[in-house]
Ligand binder design. Structure first.
Ligand code: MN
Length: 369
């Protein structure tokens, strides 16, 4: 008889024992040093008088998951990964508000202290990651904002640091790919989760969140044959994009395709396409790939999307072979309800980072598994 497979619950219980608390300790000490000792009646002496980095989720300064804020961005190359906000929504064609996405995602992420039981990982302990804050975007100007985003991602990526980009609307995918492509020898594949193809040449008369992949796949080392688009469908202005997707031979899986194949097979197919002859793969996660019942706070909601459970699993599976960076886009906090959309976006980032660590695709500060 084959040995019984360990359940995730069992693995989680086992893994927790191996996780150190060095980063947590340092965070408490720093908070006490700068925030002073608490009033005498407070029995827990790890609590400081003024909340510093150890603070309740409802208070303090929001960085992603409370990770250290890197004031001097010239030091970014000293760290494994960096969270970059790209607060830009001039590319939206309907509901705006994604300029508040980075702030909303950071705020929602603070409810977590870094540890995941089922993944058996503590991101704060394992990953040397900083939050570099936001790119200074120019809300009235597409080209200047794109140039700023390209320059910022170029700065982080060329320093050898893994970029996690919090959008912003989906138009930022193009300036991000410009930066990645300029610093990558081989071809870059893209795994794109979305309800929309985003392959128009122009919307109305400009570059928008409906146009990133038309322009990104014009970059010589970002071939359309390595672009796999997962979750597409619904009833929103897709015709020009679909014509371009057909002509350029991207690969499309609908929500029903994923349902029929199963999430595992769909992830396998996505990996095959994205990695075919490519040297690196980028993950572009549009929160509107999740059904608006669970992710209402977004620019162009399209009913019939993934459940959070499907999307979160799919994200884990496609991260296993490694990534050169990721973005989460289209979170629009003004349309959100009870932070559910922002919370999901934060979980997408956490799942991917943890999966990269579990599969040795990013270095961990303590031995994992
Ligand atoms: Mn979309």
């Amino acid at each position: 008889m084959a040995p019984e497979r360990e359940t995730e619950g069992e693995r989680g219980l086992r893994a927790e024992r191996q996780i150190p608390d060095d980063v947590w300790r340092a965070r408490i000490e720093e908070s006490l040093r700068h925030g002073l000792e608490a009033a005498e009646s407070v029995g827990n002496r790890e609590i400081s008088m003024f909340a510093r980095r150890f603070a309740p989720a409802y208070s303090g300064f929001d960085t992603f998951m409370g990770f250290p804020f890197l004031e001097d961005v010239r030091q970014v190359g000293d760290h494994t990964a960096a969270v970059i906000g790209a607060p830009y929504d001039t590319g939206t064609t309907s509901r705006p508000g994604a300029r508040y996405g980075p702030r909303g995602i950071r705020q929602a992420s603070r409810i977590s202290d870094g540890y995941s039981f089922d993944m058996g990982v503590d991101l704060a302990e394992a990953l040397d990651i900083v939050d570099v804050g936001d790119v200074f975007t120019l809300p009235g100007n597409i080209e200047k904002s794109f140039d700023q985003i390209t320059a910022a991602v170029d700065h982080v990526f060329s320093a050898g640091t893994f970029p996690v980009i919090l959008g912003g609307d989906h138009s930022i995918g193009f300036p991000v790919l410009r930066a990645l492509a300029a610093n990558t020898e081989g071809n870059i594949g893209i795994i794109h989760l979305d309800r929309h193809a985003d392959m128009n040449e122009r919307d109305y008369d400009d570059l928008t969140h409906g146009t990133p992949w038309f322009h990104a796949t014009n970059i010589p080392n970002v071939p359309a044959k390595n672009l796999v688009q997962v979750g597409l469908g619904g009833w929103m202005g897709l015709r020009e994009s679909i014509g371009n997707a057909r002509e350029r031979e991207t690969t499309i899986l609908t929500v029903d395709d994923v349902d029929t194949m199963g999430v595992e097979k769909a992830a396998e197919r996505a990996l095959e396409v994205a990695w075919d002859g490519a040297g690196a793969v980028y993950l572009s996660f549009d929160i509107d790939s999740i059904d608006p019942f669970a992710a209402p706070g977004t620019g162009t909601p399209e009913p019939g999307g993934f459940t959070p459970r499907e999307a979160l699993k799919l994200l884990r599976l496609v991260a296993r072979e490694g990534l050169c960076g990721m973005e989460v886009v289209e979170v629009s906090p003004p349309y959100d309800v009870a932070e559910t959309t922002a919370l999901l976006a934060s979980r997408a980032v956490m799942n991917v980072l943890a999966e990269l660590l579990l599969h040795g695709r990013l270095p961990s500060r303590y031995p994992i598994n």
